[in-house]
Design a binder for this molecule. Structure first.
Ligand code: PLP
Length: 372
């Protein structure tokens, strides 16, 4: 059994992928070929954002967003601790200070009350609160209405880290449109992944979009060898764009299939585990289906027992960032981050992808119900 079955997806669209790849080999425009623009237009249309700028990966997307907002030394950037390292990593890269915020224990997403405390603490430390970076963890959109209200009150910008959440919704609105700038990743294992590294940014602001377009290509102006600012080399390969165009064509269908898997899991497991909480009006795209065990010992026992039955499970994330060597010195919510620490001890993710067979699903559920 696979944790994520990328081969099943590939088999479904292999002919179309082959044709798209062959077409790139024929025209030979490997850098910024026509597929890049085509993909950007399709991604923007998919989520309802006005502009999409593709780039080399989801980490660069976050850094490009910080660059576009002019983030520098002395700025505080508020990030959750219970996330992948890239969310925080790009902040010191810009000379700024990440300030860690706790999560809501039911959604695993940034806790607005903790953000309030972290902002006040950053001011006490003499930092300038500048940006909030909520993460759409496991595919569930962050609490953008509450976080946006705080950002407005405090005069902060919002960058949505939707590396796991592209396609998630709150009411009729999709990720890509909630924050000033939204970033995503096309790492192969993400819900919308390519066959290598890739990423993208979304914004409704034409000026920001033009700035991001310049920053991803060495700070270019409209003339190629007139660089007007310090940028990066962070383009999406034409081949990856070509692959993503075909994957995006079936993405909506795959999100629905993920939803069916999640519903079956929750119906079978809500009695025995802490099953994922999706607030009213929200749609998760189920980048992960994550369960909470009673405690760390129970989690170890359950994961070992599933491993013996060749059922893969993974812990996202075993250590919150504020406890990791590279990040221990950075400031955090002065009330501590108890929800992040508890989640790191208790959660584990089980096989989740759009092509899961009913048979595999039954095996996962049976193994878990025996263990609980
Ligand atoms: C995967 C991920 C990233 C980084 O994306 P890459 O394309 O691997 O650079 C950033 N943030 C979160 C939350 C992620 O899950």
């Amino acid at each position: 059994m696979q944790f994520i079955d990328l081969a099943a997806q590939q088999a479904r669209i292999r002919d179309r992928l082959d044709a798209r790849i062959a077409s790139v080999l024929d025209h030979g425009k490997y850098i910024m070929g026509p597929e890049v623009r085509e993909l950007e237009e399709k991604l923007a249309a998919f989520c309802g954002a006005k502009h999409c700028i593709a780039c080399a990966n989801g980490t660069d997307a976050l850094q490009l967003a910080l660059m576009a907002l002019g983030i520098r030394t002395g700025d505080a950037v508020f990030v959750p601790s219970f996330t992948f390292a890239a969310t925080a990593e790009v902040v010191p890269c810009m000379g700024a200070t990440p300030v860690f915020v706790d999560i809501d224990p039911t959604t695993y997403n940034m806790d607005p009350a903790s953000l309030d405390r972290a902002i006040a603490h950053a001011r006490e430390l003499g930092l300038r609160p500048a940006v909030v970076v909520p993460v759409d963890l496991f595919g569930l959109p962050a609490d953008y209405p509450a976080l946006q209200a705080i950002a407005n009150d405090e005069g902060l910008s919002l960058i949505g880290d939707s590396a796991q959440g592209f396609g998630g919704m709150i009411n009729a609105q999709m990720t890509g449109t909630f924050a000033d700038i939204t970033t995503t990743s096309f790492f192969p294992a993400k819900p919308l992944g390519c066959y290598g590294d890739g990423g993208a940014l979304f914004t409704d602001d034409a000026e920001t979009a033009a700035l991001l377009d310049s920053l991803r290509i060495h700070g270019k102006s409209t003339e190629k060898y007139d660089n007007v600012r310090i940028g990066m080399n962070s383009r999406l390969d034409t081949l990856q764009a070509a692959i993503l165009i075909e994957k995006l064509a079936i993405y909506d269908d795959e999100i629905k299939a993920r939803q069916r898997v999640a519903e079956a899991y929750t119906a079978a497991l809500y009695d025995c585990f802490v099953t994922p909480h999706v607030p009213e009006g929200y749609r998760s795209i189920w980048a992960q289906y994550t369960l909470g065990a009673e405690d760390g010992a129970a989690r170890d026992r359950i994961m070992n027992s599933l491993k013996a039955k060749k059922i893969p499970t993974v812990v996202y994330y075993p250590r919150p960032l504020h406890t990791q060597g590279a990040y221990v010195e950075f400031p955090r919510d002065p009330a501590g981050l108890p929800a992040s620490e508890a989640a790191a001890r208790r959660v584990f993710s089980i096989p989740m992808h759009p092509y899961q067979s009913v048979d595999d699903r039954s095996r996962v559920i049976a193994a878990l119900t025996i263990e609980s």
